[in-house]
Design a binder for this molecule. Sequence first.
Ligand code: ACO
Length: 280
Amino acid sequence: MTALPTDNPDVVAYRVENRIAWVKFNRPDKRNAQSPNLNRRMAEILDELEHRDDVGVLVLTGEGQAWSAGMDLKEYFRESAGKGLEGTRRAQRQAYRWWEQLRFYQKPTIAMVNGWCFGGAYGPLYACDIAVAADEAQFGLSEINWGILPGGGATKVATNSMPFRKAMYHAMMGENLTGQQAAAQGLVTESVPLAQLEARVTEIANVLLKKNPTALKATKDAVRRVMEMTYDNAEDYLIRAQEAADSFDKEGRMEGMKQFLDDKTYKPGLGAYDKDRAKS
Ligand code: ACO
């Protein structure tokens, strides 16, 4: 059995500030391409942050000019393939595992797409609940440009996010979209000038931090799950998901009702109840 390459923990950087975990792809000299080493490190960091009380929202961004230039063609593809089927499958699993963890992460997540975003980067992009791009960012399914299909979920990300005609053109042509075009086609939530990106993401994170965390987790999972259900199945799932959420935090919604109906201190149509008042 060949040993795994020596881990360099610096390929992912993170800090926690004001209950926001800022996690960065940190291989700027390689445009933050996802190597097996990066994928292993990212999984470790996501594990470490997922249940920390001082983390309310996780932001995934990139150091330098790239968000992530997709999978590392040298380390993820060529070198893994050089180790045979085991090498390929192992590398795939290391990547897919943390993308899956992120899709159903305990905390709300925001992709802050500061620059290049290609191919394999669509996995983590889609995994984040909200995606805010810089207008200057570039999005591409560049697989076709080097002779493969958009795998690793990337085709599914395009078809789940974009209208059929746009997804097909995007996958076949290998042309890039700007942040604004990606927002117009549904690939990201919105796009702002790069100079305003961090401020806008902080603003969204601060709104999320005020919401009931149990309700947020139930909501984000529900949005992903019901997409694949019939109406009747979705209706049933949502009843049961709320009942399951109640078993963790029934007081939250009782307090939400009380502050509106009895205290008249807020209106749910205009903002969130004060979740800290219930605890004080
Ligand atoms: N895999 C491996 N190395 C990469 C990758 C990648 N995906 N992207 C960039 N790099 C490396 C380059 O090889 C180069 O390394 P070197 O300095 O050792 O020569 C370094 O990062 C800088 O890259 P440049 O190409 O010099 O940077 P530039 O800013 O001119 O271009 C761009 C940036 C457009 C992102 C370009 O690097 C590029 O096309 N990268 C590949 C994008 C891509 O197609 N990714 C794969 C998608 S398919 C998939 O993920 C399954």
